[in-house]
Design a protein around this ligand. Structure first.
Ligand SMILES: Cc1cc2nc3c(=O)[nH]c(=O)nc-3n(C[C@H](O)[C@H](O)[C@H](O)COP(=O)(O)O)c2cc1C
Length: 203
């Protein structure tokens, strides 16, 4: 069992990375081999819309890090994408990577049948997490992945993937902000549930 997580944040090791690590921790406890790629470490050129991928199952651009990411995706049984919300959407770097995977589903579905999942994190309480989550989950579906959500098997309550916020509470007129996602118990729990849900289907 192999699971790959990709952090779309322009900041490595922060909230979105922590959420992905929580998911991966559950998978590791079940014996999966895991890897977390930080998009901020990668060089990703934009798709040039050359349409080469309509004719061949490959991308014409070969001199950046996308080929390596694609190889890791192909070798994984589960792919978990994470993005902070930037203006109600995924980050620009992650979107650039998403566009560059077009060759992986135009002529054949290279990733077909794998498990997929997504996590998002935003500053505000209603900062666009749900929209961003759906964009990521839709992308995974485009590639033929089976999207796994954070449904709690004990209650069966429907839940999209984990969506964190730094917003904590209102004290009088003052907003209290969390220092980081580890102070957000609900999100931490939801990440762990997602990891266990993936594990159950992978195992
Ligand atoms: C360019 C930019 C746009 C952002 N847009 C939003 C937004 O639309 N809604 C929101 O709640 N937070 C927004 N944020 C805040 C981030 O989503 C938030 O800080 C998140 O926790 C960052 O994740 P990270 O810690 O993994 O980098 C934005 C941050 C940046 C840098």
């Amino acid at each position: 069992m192999r699971a790959l997580a990709i952090n779309g944040s322009h900041r490595r090791g922060k909230n979105t990375a922590t959420m992905l690590r929580l998911v991966l921790e559950e998978l590791e406890q079940g014996g999966a081999r895991t890897e977390l790629l930080e998009i901020s470490d990668l060089r990703i050129e934009y798709c040039t819309a050359c349409n080469h991928c309509l004719r061949k199952t490959e991308c014409r651009i070969q001199d950046d890090d996308v080929a390596m990411v694609a190889e890791r995706m192909s070798a994984s049984d589960a792919i978990i994408l994470g993005s902070p919300v930037y203006f109600g959407n995924v980050t620009s770097r992650l979107k650039a990577l998403m566009d560059r995977t077009r060759w992986m589903h135009m002529r054949e579905n290279v990733l077909d049948g794998k498990l997929g999942a997504a996590v998002t994190h935003a500053g505000l309480r209603n900062g666009g997490q749900e929209m961003t989550q759906l964009i990521l989950e839709r992308f995974l579906q485009h590639h033929g992945l089976r999207v796994i959500e954070a449904r709690d098997p004990r209650s069966g309550v429907y839940n999209l993937g984990p969506m964190g916020t730094l917003y904590d509470s209102l004290e009088g007129e003052e907003i209290r902000w969390r220092k980081g996602v580890m102070e957000d118990g609900l999100t931490v729990r939801t990440c762990r549930i997602l990891g266990r849900n993936l594990l159950r289907l992978l195992g």
